[in-house]
Design a protein around this ligand. Sequence first.
Ligand code: GLA
Length: 393
Amino acid sequence: MQPIDKRTEEIQAEFAKVFDGSPTHVAIAPGRVNLIGEHTDYNDGFVLPVALDRDVRVIFRPRNDRRVRLYALEFDTWADFDLDALAFDEEVFWANYTMGVAWALEEAGVKLRGLEGVVSGNIPRGSGLSSSAGLEISNALALLAAAGKSEALTGPQIAQAAQRAENHFVGVNCGIMDQFISTLGEEGYALLIDCRSLDYQRVPFPDGASLVIGNTKASRSLANSAYNERRAQCEEGVARLQSALPEITALRDVTSAQLEAHKGLLSPIVYRRCRHVVGENERVMGTVAALAAGDLEEVGRLMNASHESLRDDYEVSSEALDAMVAAMRSALGCLGARLTGAGFGGCAVALVRKGQERAVRDAIFENYSKSMNIWPEVYTSPASAGARLFSLE
Ligand code: GLA
C-alpha cells in the first residue's frame, strides 16, 4: 500500500463523478529528462536518463468485458473503444496511445480485459519530457493489472511494447529510451541503458548536484520529419561504413578512430551525423566514469560538449534552445547545460551545484526571456521512481 497522496485523491474524486462506485487501482508512470546520450538509442547505443517527479496516472477498475473507457481530465475527452475493434482515432489523438499499447500488449501474447477510469498528468506536454511515454506506460500497467496479468511481462518487455505502440500504431518513430526510463527509473539514480541488449545499470545521482530544466516554450514544428531524416542518415552512414567495416551493424559498433579512418566513404553531412553519435556514446561512458569518480566538473564539461555536438554536427538545436543553454551557463553554479530529448524546441537541462538552483533559475528568467522574448518555465526534479501500481482498496 502507498500513502494515497493529494493528487491521487483528487483524481479519485473525479472518478466518483464520472463513474458509479470506486476504482480499484492507480497506475503511475513518470516523464524523464536525459542527462546525456542524445540520438544514440536508435543507433543501438547508450543513454543516461532519470525519471522525473512528474507523471501520468490512471485511476481505474477492471471491467468484465473487452471495453476500455478512459476519461482524460486535462483534455475533457474520452478514449472509448473495444479491444476487438482497434482503429486509429483521428479526433481524440491521445486515445491512440491507449489503443496502441493495448494492441502491442496483445501482440506480445497477453490477453487483455477491459477497464474504466480517469487519466490525469502533470508532465508538460509537447516539451520533450516524455509525457507520451508516461501516458503509454501508465496505460500499459493499468491494462495488465485489469487483466490480472501484472507479472506477464518484464519491465524491459513493457517498455518495448510501448515503443512498438508508438512506432506502429501512433506513427512516431522513436527509440526505446523514454519508455524504458519511465518503466524502470529508480529514486536517487540515473539509468545507464544499453539500447542494444536492454541491459541497464543504476548510476547514483550525485549528492552535490541538482537538475534544473528550462522549457523554451518554443514550438517544435518539423521535429518529427527531421527526426526521421536523422535516423535515415545514420542508417546510410552504417551502410557505407560496412564496405570497410563489415562487422558493424549500427553506429554503436564504430569508434571515433574508425570513423576518422573511413570518413572518405561518407558525404560531409552524413559524416557529421555519425561523428555526433559516435562521440555521444563515448561521452555517455565518460559521464558514468566521472560520476563514479565524483568529478562533477567533468560531467558538466561532457554535457556542454554534447550540446555543441547536437548543435553543430547533428543540427537538432534551435535558436531558443541555444539561448536557454546560454542563459543557464551564465549563472554561477551551473556545471553544464545541454538540450535534452529530440531537440528542435522543448527543454534544456542543467547540472547545477546544490544550493545554486535559484541562481540558475533567475538567470533563465532574466536572460532567456530577454533574448527570445518568450516567458519560459523552469522545473527542478530529483531523480525519481519509475512506473508503479497501487491498490486503492
Ligand atoms: C526522443 C525519442 C527518444 C530519443 C530522443 C533523442 O525523445 O523518443 O527515443 O531518440 O528523442 O535522444
